[in-house]
Design a protein around this ligand. Structure first.
Ligand SMILES: NC(=O)c1ccc[n+]([C@@H]2O[C@H](COP(=O)([O-])OP(=O)(O)OC[C@H]3O[C@@H](n4cnc5c(N)ncnc54)[C@H](OP(=O)(O)O)[C@@H]3O)[C@@H](O)[C@H]2O)c1
Length: 351
């Protein structure tokens, strides 16, 4: 019995912003299952900014994807065939199978998903991005009642959770996003106290007006011009969980203009700032159960809302990813690779 997997591989490394030519769609025949393995049919693929880093050989916290290898990525998948005792056909799991329609995985590496909540949330608000927000605040940002928190990429899965968790902890949340529609959603949909459009010509002034008492927590998602505008507004003892720098991921060299490093260090010194980079995985064993304990009821009760941006078809993943880096997503970007259903018929071309 052989199974065909449609997959997207890294065809070449980008120079600056990725293009469609950096990806290639192809078919591959999967090998037979070995003991302990399962055959997966992918239903949802998560698209995340970190994937830009995996396309490059620049120094990072994880190895790059090799040329001709499948692009990495978290997925929700259905078990189609199992040689692992704890999983049966029809089970849904969280896997790291990458940009493909079918995959073989070690059963022990998979997390079983219950059907009591939407499966797609395992890739967003109740998955890695939601956990990133939770852990960055719990361990570094530590928003206190009455304090002001600022976060950019604020309608995304990390930023929207950051603002809402901060509010649940009693802080004031100010979101930065690209464009008036996203800013309106920050107030109307996610309940932020203020929203500022980083594309507006008077962005710096608007940001200053939105934080009359200064900023106590800046959850850093983007870097670039936004960070430059935030820095002078930070209060004494402000905390910066440095989570991501998406505005810089497509840069090919050092930014032009004056060297801002001395000014940045001076501000860290005179304001006694805490700047701490983190990768969410370092906190998983310590905090994941606590995250689910708090976040699941918050999401169920509408304390934390989420927005998903679902694109149909694996073949559309490259464009959807390129657009994500340019802010053309609204909420957690997910590719619907297959339908949610059960049964061997769903396994593609099995013969
Ligand atoms: N450290 C970790 O473990 C960890 C884990 C997950 C994610 N992250 C990081 O967290 C950040 C947010 O991730 P996400 O999944 O929630 O992404 P996301 O918000 O869904 O997508 C990225 C967003 O970044 C914004 N953006 C892009 N270029 C920008 C620029 N030049 N200036 C300002 N904003 C820009 C865009 O929003 P606008 O249109 O609103 O500008 C875009 O929608 C990323 O930096 C990511 O790498 C880190």
């Amino acid at each position: 019995m052989s199974v065909q997997s449609t997959r997207i591989v890294l065809a070449s490394r980008p120079d600056g912003a990725p293009t469609r030519d950096n990806f290639r769609l192809e078919a591959a025949t999967l090998p037979d299952l070995r003991e302990g393995q399962v055959l997966l049919r992918v239903v949802y693929l998560s698209l995340d900014p970190y994937m830009r880093g995996r396309m490059s050989t620049a120094e990072s916290y994880a190895d790059p994807v090799e040329i001709d290898d499948v692009m990495v990525g978290g997925t929700v998948a259905e078990v189609v065939e199992s040689r692992y005792p704890d999983l049966a056909p029809g089970d849904y799991v969280l896997s790291y199978s990458g940009w493909c329609s079918h995959a073989i995985a070690d059963g022990a590496s998979l997390r079983t998903l219950g059907r009591d909540r939407p499966l797609s949330t395992a890739l967003g608000v109740l998955g890695m991005p939601g956990f990133t927000a939770y852990a960055g605040l719990e361990k570094i940002g530590k928003p206190q009642p009455g304090e002001t928190l600022v976060v950019a990429a604020a309608t995304g899965p990390v930023g929207s959770a950051v603002g809402q968790i901060a509010k649940a902890r009693g802080a004031r949340a100010v979101g930065i996003a690209g464009g008036p529609e996203k800013c309106a959603a920050l107030i109307d949909e996610f309940g932020f106290d203020a929203a500022v459009d980083h594309r507006a010509p008077d962005f710096r002034d608007r940001l200053r007006d939105a934080v009359p008492g200064g900023i106590d927590v800046y959850f850093e998602n983007v870097g670039g011009r936004v960070a430059e505008a935030v820095l002078p507004l930070l209060n004494l003892y402000a905390r910066i969980p440095l989570c991501g720098l998406v505005a810089q991921y497509n840069l090919t060299g050092a930014p032009e203009g004056v060297d801002r490093l001395p000014g940045f260090f001076t501000r860290i010194l005179v304001k006694s700032l805490t700047v701490r980079g983190f990768i969410q995985s370092e906190f998983v064993s310590e905090l994941y159960p606590q995250f689910l304990e708090e976040m699941v009821p918050w999401v169920r009760d509408g304390v934390v809302r989420y927005h998903e941006d679902v694109v149909d078809g694996l073949e559309n993943a490259p464009t959807a990813f390129i657009d994500l880096l340019e802010g053309k997503n609204f909420g957690k970007r997910i590719i619907r690779v297959g339908e949610e259903q059960t049964g061997v018929d769903a396994a593609g071309e099995i013969d």
